[in-house]
Ligand binder design. Sequence first.
Ligand code: BT5
Length: 323
Amino acid sequence: MREKILNILLDKNKEFVSGEEISERLGITRSAVWKHIKNIKQQGYEIESVTKKGYKIVKCPDLLTTEIVKYNLNTNLLGKEVIYCDTIGSTNDYAKEIAKNAKEGTIIISEEQTKGRGRMGRYWHSIKGDGIWMSIILKPNIYPHEAPFITQIAGASIVSGLKKLGVNSLIKWPNDIIINNKKVSGILTELGAEIDRINYIVVGMGMNVKTIDFPENVKELATSIKKEGHNLKRIDILKSIIEEFEHLYLKYIQDKDKSECIKICRENSAVIGKNIYILKGEEKRKAKCVDITEEGNLVIINNNIKEELISGEVSIRGDKDYV
Ligand code: BT5
């Protein structure tokens, strides 16, 4: 009910709506309306109430709450369920805990993560209120070996979601999004599977939006949307990415069409045409990146020999810099 009232107020777009209208539309008493409004205010919304005029939203809190994320979200699958947390260990861990019984498309968002994770046990800084820390639960009918493609979909949807808002970024294959050679976003795709079938995939995406001062150990390599000169709201970025994700994901799952995703990955690649180092465990070797295949694998040339890399355990560094 609270969500319905909030939606009515948001629909009015900062104009008054009377308590009577709300109570009639929702079939509840005016005092029930008032109680819900009080509750909505406690969530951080500034609501003006004037006798005979009713209520209007003056200011929404800068939070990624369930109601705000779902409001006018243009999707059919993603974000029908949104779980919002103020703080959590890791949204990916929580998503994996609930994945079995969760609906496909469920999104978990937290204002802060205390144990945010990167790949291979690395740490992911997730400062409270500064970024987007979210995980999406998917249940695609694909083979486990096809799962790395979901990381490509996530990368492509971040790049094109940002582009729609006027921000240019590049994908450092397989899972980093960079602006001006610095990392603004990272993707962590995890799998719950049996030998030949996937039970679920959790796609975690972290994006620095408002951070200006980064922790010492990532200061040199990290950036944020704000630091790059863009004053965007987290909620607008989040929705743009989710809508792009759904579009590319459904093309892949329903039409078996990877082409649009791969086109975005190729056209916005930070590594194609570059000399790089490939890191795998202790191993480090030099190669030149030449392409990304239709499957989302990276094509490299080393000593005149062409090779395809699958994302899994591989990291890439530029031959001079991070990229
Ligand atoms: C990643 O791993 O880039 C995947 C990051 C995924 C984070 C999301 S947030 C929501 C969901 N829940 C989670 O627990 N995780 C996901 P990797 O390629 O391994 O990069 C990790 C490295 O990035 C670290 O070793 C640092 O060097 C650097 N790093 C850590 N925090 C960063 C930040 N906030 N911004 C930029 N770089 C960071």
